[in-house]
Write a protein that binds this ligand. Structure first.
Ligand code: PMV
Length: 324
């Protein structure tokens, strides 16, 4: 009745932006990511006879009702499936700068799905864990695997064909991902709300949908060929395009801060000087910079010298879920 799992977070190369089914977390488009080696969640789930509600302890703090309710709603899916009505104690350790555009929900729900299903002896394979994790947070479906991963959107109504698949293992291609922290306060529009508002109100969302398939094809090809420059160009364009859809929403959603702009311009100027370096940004102000391991050190140092940069964390492709 007790299990512990570890999941790394991931950064999307081709973004998931928009749901076609809010309840099952089915996406409008497929997405591709890299699982990172530095940011992770370790979660222990123990179902106990004596509890009358779930208890959620995150980084040694007992979480508020609203945070606990998100976890409980997720566990309800597993309780329904196994026919148990037991409650659980969930203890999580999160090594992710929470809610500043680093997807802590990805590692969080991936670790929770793995630990909870194992604690109840549900014999799930990785595909099933991906389907389960997806229903806590879409991006969590991808954290089940290491390296380069694709979450295929699927076409079925029940979501049974909407899960992640590995494209290339973390051992097969080493690139550097520098996580650049420009602001670490909590963002005020969640990704859930941001994508909903964009779909419902932005005139630019149709432009996103009509071009994302082409971006996916190009990124799959670039990963296959391990062609860094081709990868970077599509990845940066895809991220900026996602943020453009949000600017057209009513009211507009703008996750960037002045430091975000400073890093964008800086990376673009480095590239003009001949260094192969690209960026991507999720639903937050921080920037993830992609470069080759041979350039990692000098780019790391130069980023740290920018006035608005608070911290730079160097990551590489990391592994999928593990049980501890
Ligand atoms: O799954 P969520 O709710 O964390 O949404 C993820 C949204 C983005 O990070 C912006 C894109 C992505 O594919 O991870």
């Amino acid at each position: 009745m007790k299990a512990t799992a570890k999941a790394n977070t991931n950064i999307a190369l081709i973004k998931y932006w928009g749901k076609r089914d809010e309840n099952l977390f089915l996406p409008m488009n497929s997405s591709i990511s890299i699982t990172l080696d530095k940011f992770y969640t370790i979660t222990t789930v123990e179902f106990k006879e004596k509890l009358d509600s779930d208890i959620f302890i995150l980084n040694k703090n007992i979480e508020s009702n609203s945070e606990r309710d998100k976890v409980s709603r997720f566990l309800d899916r597993i309780r329904k499936r196994t026919g148990t009505n037991l409650h659980a104690e969930i203890i999580s350790e999160n090594k992710v700068p929470t809610a500043a555009g680093f997807a802590s929900s990805a590692s969080g729900f991936a670790a929770l799905a793995a630990a909870a299903s194992k604690s109840l002896n549900l014999d799930l394979d990785k595909k099933d864990i991906s389907i389960l994790a997806r229903q806590g947070s879409g991006s969590a479906s991808r954290s089940i695997y290491g390296g380069f991963v694709e979450w295929q959107k699927g076409i079925q109504k029940d979501g049974q064909d909407s899960f992640a698949k590995p494209l290339l293992s973390e051992k097969d291609w080493n690139i550097s991902i520098l996580s650049v922290v420009v602001a670490s306060k909590e963002k005020n529009v969640s990704s859930r709300e941001g994508m909903k508002r964009t779909i419902e109100t932005s005139p630019f969302y149709s432009g996103w949908l009509s071009t994302v398939e082409k971006d996916l094809v190009m990124v799959r090809e670039a990963i296959n060929a391990q062609d860094f420059e081709r990868l970077g160009e599509v990845v940066e364009g895809n991220a900026l395009k996602m943020h453009a859809t949000m600017l057209g929403a009513e009211p507009p959603v703008l996750y960037w801060q002045s430091g975000t702009m400073e890093v964008i311009h800086y990376i673009q100027s480095l590239r003009l000087s001949g260094i192969p370096v690209y960026l991507t940004i999720d639903a937050g102000p921080n920037v993830k910079v992609l470069c080759l391991p041979t350039d990692e050190k000098r780019i790391y140092e130069s980023l740290l010298s920018l006035p608005s940069v608070k911290e730079v964390i160097t990551c590489h492709p990391g592994e999928g879920i593990t049980y501890l």
